[in-house]
Design a protein around this ligand. Structure first.
Ligand code: CAA
Length: 264
């Protein structure tokens, strides 16, 4: 299959899925999200594949978030559709019968961090920067972080990182359990492959069953939480702050927020 912003390959039962928009630091526009959906379906259904490794193209970024230039123009209804579109694709990753490992090779911000959160395991290179800068753009995370980040590191830390928008170093992310391992920059892919090979040695049906059971842990409230997140994310797109935040990012200026509530 021909993709514009995604590359896939399979080698020794391990699939490689690369998000490839390096000029925009692999930011997720609609086109890329739709391609990601197709790529995930292909690899999750391929019987030759036992583990999927997901990474970003280039040296600088895993994924620097949803595409702000595209989001800037969305109205409330379109923002809800955008949020649901991303959430559903990420849910397919979480529901995939095979383990998906995020190889975080640089910035994993906003929607990029949410993509990593939907994966089973996360390994980051020592220079990677993670975080949720959305509130500095006048919006909130809309691809699942309000639920999955809280589930992974606890509500207290999730609130701290989402409210401040602070970036998290790979070392810190490892300490708080946000990632499984931190590696030297040039060793990232070797370490990720090592982990994938360790998994491939085991019974694939047992791993599928273990994944299904572990995922049930927080599924009872995930669906409702994601619906609420999409609604609140969309309501940001009625506010002055969203317009100011995204315009300022594009102009490389500091935003001046007003703090209006906007529509529900
Ligand atoms: N959307 C669109 N374009 C982006 C982007 C994004 N998320 N992130 C980076 N880019 C673009 C930049 O605009 C720039 O393009 P130009 O060359 O045309 O100016 C190019 O990628 C390179 O980026 P920078 O020049 O900014 O590179 P830098 O090294 O100075 O900074 C960075 C790197 C800190 C990651 C910075 O690019 C940045 O802050 N990016 C935005 C991160 C962000 O806020 N992500 C969250 C988005 S909102 C979201 O994801 C919501 C959700 O939950 C669904």
């Amino acid at each position: 299959m021909d993709f514009k912003n995604i590359e896939i390959s399979i080698e020794n039962k391990i699939a490689y899925l690369i998000i490839s928009r390096p000029k925009a630091l692999n930011a997720l526009n609609k086109e890329t999200i739709l391609e990601l959906k197709k790529a995930v379906k292909i690899l999750c259904e391929d019987r030759k594949v036992r583990v999927i490794i997901l990474r970003g193209k280039g040296e600088k970024a895993f994924v620097a978030g949803a595409d702000i230039k595209e989001m800037k123009e969305l109205d409330q209804k379109e923002a809800k559709q955008f949020s649901l579109m991303g959430q559903r694709v990420f849910q397919k990753i979480e529901d995939c019968k095979k383990p998906v490992i995020a190889a975080i090779n640089g910035h994993a911000l906003g929607g990029g961090m949410e993509l990593a959160l939907a994966c089973d395991l996360r390994i980051a290179s020592e220079d990677a920067k993670l975080g949720h800068p959305e509130v500095g753009l006048g919006i909130i995370p809309g691809f699942g972080a309000t639920q999955r980040l809280s589930s992974l590191i606890g509500k207290g830390l999730a609130k701290e990182y989402i409210y401040t928008g602070r970036s998290i170093s790979a070392k810190k992310a490892n300490i708080i359990g946000l990632i499984n391992q931190v590696t030297k920059k040039d060793e990232l892919m070797d370490k990720v492959k090592e982990l994938a090979k360790e998994i491939v040695k085991n019974s694939p049906s047992s791993i599928t069953k273990a994944k299904a059971a572990i995922n049930l842990f927080d599924q009872s409230f995930l669906k409702e939480g994601l619906e609420k997140e999409a609604e609140l994310f969309a309501s940001c797109f009625k506010t002055y702050d969203q317009k100011e935040g995204m315009k300022s990012f594009i102009k490389k200026e500091k935003p001046q927020f007003k703090g209006e509530q906007g529509g529900k």
